[in-house]
Write a new protein. Structure first.
Length: 246
């Protein structure tokens, strides 16, 4: 078994003590010799960490001891080495920047579809109501180039802040279909799906847990290529294993 555990997780939850959390999280992660990035904002937490399995899981247990983070559900993968050079804990205006901080999934999550159900829909090309299923990639263009769902819409955005403008240009082509927004781990899908619903697009769902959860639960069926990740692994395959040595 590969010796390093990698986790990614996010949670939209109101945080009013981000500076204090920054210090305690940094201390706990450093004590366990973890590397990676933790982002904090008033809207929640987003983290990517790696280290010895017991140390990583111990950190998650500590974090969940705070009732606000109890629902945190990290996605796990293994590697031969830690794919991060250092530990960073930052406070930001948004944990995923869209320049629309009013869209907070904590106030009401967008409807979601799980991996197994989506795989079945893609087999049929239709959802259970008979509507055509359209996959919408909400990631940046260079991420999409590593791999994507077959026939997914790709608006070639360079950064997530461009998504609202891209939606306005393409909204008409989504009408009458079931639109499933997806991304790496789920966080962009949350905001994208809410924004689309607010803009009047009907039948919008997010892929629960993103590509990484889909790989875990449904394998690589209907997905072409690999999933880009923001660390030294570069990307992971359908078995959540690195596609390059780290």
């Amino acid at each position: 078994m590969k010796p390093v555990l990698n986790i990614s997780a996010y949670l939209f939850v109101t945080l009013t003590d981000t500076q204090a959390l920054r210090e305690s999280i940094r201390s706990q992660a450093a004590e366990r010799n973890l590397k990676g990035t933790v982002l904090l904002a008033e809207e929640g937490i987003n983290l990517f960490l790696a280290g010895a399995p017991d140390a990583v899981r111990g950190f998650v247990a500590w974090l969940r001891s705070d009732a606000r983070f109890a629902p945190l559900a990290p996605k796990e993968s293994l590697s031969d080495a830690v794919p991060f050079g250092k530990l960073l804990v930052k406070v930001k205006p948004e944990i995923i920047r869209m320049n629309h901080p009013q869209f907070r999934p904590e106030a009401g999550r967008a409807p979601a579809v799980d991996a197994q159900t989506l795989s079945r829909w893609l087999d049929a090309g239709r959802d259970d109501a008979g509507r055509e299923v359209v996959m919408l990639d909400t990631r940046n263009a260079f991420e999409v180039d590593h791999g994507r769902f077959a026939h997914a819409l790709d608006w070639r955005i360079a950064k997530f802040t461009e998504f609202p403008q891209a939606l306005r240009a393409h909204a008409a082509e989504l009408q009458g279909k079931t639109v499933v927004s997806y991304c790496t781990g789920g966080i962009r899908c949350e905001k994208a799906a809410l924004f689309m619903a607010e803009a009047g697009v009907q039948n919008v769902l997010q892929l629960e847990g993103g590509i990484l959860k889909y790989f875990e639960e449904a394998g690589g069926k209907h997905f072409d290529g690999h999933c880009f990740v923001f660390d030294e692994r570069e990307s992971v395959d359908a078995e959540l294993l690195p596609t390059r040595s780290v």
